[in-house]
Design a protein around this ligand. Structure first.
Ligand SMILES: NC(=O)c1ccc[n+]([C@@H]2O[C@H](COP(=O)([O-])OP(=O)(O)OC[C@H]3O[C@@H](n4cnc5c(N)ncnc54)[C@H](O)[C@@H]3O)[C@@H](O)[C@H]2O)c1
Length: 322
């Protein structure tokens, strides 16, 4: 058991991360500007409220709580949800403040959240990858302040890893479009529509290249990462996604409709294959996502009959190919 300091613990992803780590037997310190309501605070989680951008605040909270590991999730998490200079300054300064304070205190394991958007899909000037599936070797080409701030967060852990050798272990991870448990039941997802709507209309999921991940699978990933960080190369970055695509048809068919010029590149994305590979997390960590829309959405009460029928038929077809 470790004591784990999680920033952004009140957020969409953070709530599942603190709950998952506490359920796995860790002591969790959740740190956020906004508190988790007391009646929703999982057993084994203590929370601290504070502004991690305030001078000295990250260092003070870390010193007072004395964790063995830090998971930094706090950020402005949605591109263009604030002025570009505010997103850039907030995310880069906060990542640096938390990672440098944790390093100064000699905390042994430090992990930061990045984003698949570092790759640059969705650029109004056009974008095509070198190849599919996308993986950690795909070239980042951020085109907005959010994506750039996340690439800098990755580079921040890489910089500290370069300076520390193996004294302190660092990693970054790129969670795909995060689905929290209540979103399977019909609560709005990050972009404001429901998961069922996102599946029924591929135009909603295409901007993220049909990626997604269950927030509880991210919590499991982080638990495994913390366990194994001592045994893998330092300063690594990982994609963390579901094993399938958030789509009811193969991406080999869907991708060219939304990403002009990708016919040949996407031809290998047959069956249920996602556009983002999680092979590195599987191979280096032995992590495997346990949830899929095919298992989780079945229980949703908000699907209308027509959507439900389409999803059930797509789900059973997909199982045959997986
Ligand atoms: N949700 C996704 O689909 C997704 C995808 C890729 C990456 N990410 C990354 O994962 C992380 C978590 O995302 P999320 O969806 O849970 O976001 P979220 O907005 O739900 O949560 C972020 C949390 O950070 C807190 N926070 C922001 N500024 C703070 C400050 N100055 N001091 C203290 N706390 C502060 C907020 O109060 C909030 O609770 C972010 O770094 C985000 O960029 C999320």
């Amino acid at each position: 058991m470790s004591r784990i300091f999680v920033t952004g613990g009140s957020g969409r992803l953070g709530r599942s991360v603190v709950a998952g780590l506490a359920a796995a037997g860790h002591e969790v310190v959740s740190v956020d500007r906004d508190a988790i309501p007391a009646d929703q605070l999982p057993a084994g989680v203590v929370q601290e409220t504070g502004d991690l951008l305030a001078p000295g605040e990250a260092l003070r909270l870390l010193r007072e709580t004395g964790p063995d590991a830090v998971i930094h999730l706090a950020a402005i998490a949605v591109p263009f949800s604030a002025p570009e200079d505010v997103i850039f300054a907030t995310n880069t300064r906060m990542a640096f403040a938390v990672i440098s304070a944790a390093t100064e205190l000699g905390i042994g394991k430090i992990v930061t959240a990045s984003s698949p958007t570092v790759l640059g899909y969705g650029s109004p000037a056009g974008w095509l990858p070198d190849s599919f599936p996308l993986d950690e070797r795909s070239t980042p080409k951020p085109w907005n302040a959010y994506a750039l701030s996340k690439l800098i967060a990755e580079q921040t852990v890489a910089m500290f890893a370069a300076a520390q050798g193996t004294k302190i272990r660092y990693a970054a991870f790129r969670p795909c479009y995060v689905i929290s448990p209540e979103e399977w039941e019909g609560a709005p997802t990050q972009q404001g529509h429901t998961l069922a709507e996102r599946l029924a209309d591929p135009a909603l999921s295409a901007p993220a290249l049909f990626n997604y991940v269950d927030a509880r699978d991210v919590a499991d990933f982080l638990e495994v990462l913390l366990q194994k960080m001592d045994t893998i190369p330092n300063g690594e970055t990982f994609f963390v996604g579901a094993a399938d695509a958030l789509a009811t048809a193969p991406l080999a068919e869907l991708m060219p409709r939304f990403l002009p010029g990708s016919e040949a590149l996407a031809a290998g994305l047959t069956g249920t294959s996602p556009a983002f590979s999680i092979a590195k997390a599987r191979q280096l960590l032995g992590w495997e996502p346990k949830r899929s829309w095919r298992t989780e959405l079945k229980t949703a009460t908000t699907l209308n009959d027509e959507t439900s029928a389409r999803l059930v038929s797509a789900g059973s077809g997909a199982k045959e190919t997986s």
